[in-house]
Ligand binder design. Structure first.
Ligand code: C5P
Length: 242
């Protein structure tokens, strides 16, 4: 176990189960969680969640559910039954869909386990103001829309939201201490941002109020993934518990 690692979820963005399970095996002793996204879920099916959860690992299933409430209820129930520790939904799905996700998550949880946290994706960080206007008819500045949707997520009883590290500062102030803030876009100081636009170091994200950090390429593509994760965990630990 490496203090600080418990707040990091390593994104298993792989096209097949073998490299995903291999990386999980190497990193698990540090105490991090793992994020299963649409790529791995689509390639291997929900059995991959079970394979990881059965090893005692925390699995964040980033399925970004967005459908009619009845369908989302069933999907959340199924993900909970497979052992998901946290799942995502799209906030624009509305209050009934959010309630259905929370109820489904509870309904699917095996006895004696705690239901997965349900966190909301506010505005995809890949969307520019122009795309948000074209795609969703939202003429507001994306940052203002993130705040509006995060406040809605809290009203609807979601457990937290996914946001950029820079957004965590305002959201922590506005949402109070109880909403989980989950931030991707983490890069070690001085490294390449890849396709992420708004990046921050692990220490910055924690200082700004993030509870959990999602890290993909900086660990997955490192020459020594265990050392890369250990360094990030140290940074998280130094930045201090909230
Ligand atoms: O490789 P990298 O560290 O950029 O990976 C970030 C992970 O977080 C990816 O799995 C990506 O899908 C996810 N993510 C993101 N931005 C969001 C939501 C999720 O990068 N707004």
């Amino acid at each position: 176990m490496k203090p600080g690692a418990e707040r990091i979820f390593v994104a298993l963005d792989f096209p097949a189960r073998e490299p995903a399970l291999d990386l999980a095996r190497r990193l698990a002793p540090l105490g991090c969680g793992f994020k299963v996204g649409l790529e791995l879920l689509s390639a291997e099916g929900p059995g991959i969640i079970e394979e990881l959860a059965d090893q005692g690992l925390r699995v964040f299933v980033d399925a970004k559910l967005h459908d009619i409430p009845n369908t989302v209820h069933g999907a959340a129930r199924a993900l909970a039954a497979r052992g998901a520790w946290m799942i995502t939904i799209h906030v624009p799905g509305g209050p009934e869909m959010a309630a259905a996700a929370l109820a489904g998550a509870r309904a699917g949880t095996p006895p004696g386990r705690e239901p997965p946290r349900v966190v909301g994706v506010t505005v995809l960080t890949s969307l520019s103001a122009a795309q948000l206007a074209q795609g969703a008819g939202v003429e507001r500045d994306p940052a203002a829309e993130v705040v509006r949707r995060a406040l809605a997520a809290r009203r609807w009883g979601l457990d937290g939201v996914v946001c950029a590290p820079q957004e965590a500062r305002d959201l922590r102030r506005l949402l109070g201490p109880d909403m989980l803030l989950v931030t991707p876009g983490i890069r070690p100081a001085g490294s390449a941002p890849d396709d992420q636009r708004r990046v921050a170091t692990a220490g910055e994200a924690v200082c700004w109020g993030a509870d959990y950090l999602v890290v993909g390429r900086p660990v997955r593509e490192a020459a020594h993934p265990v050392a890369a994760l250990a360094a990030l965990a140290e940074e998280v630990e130094r930045a201090g518990a909230r």
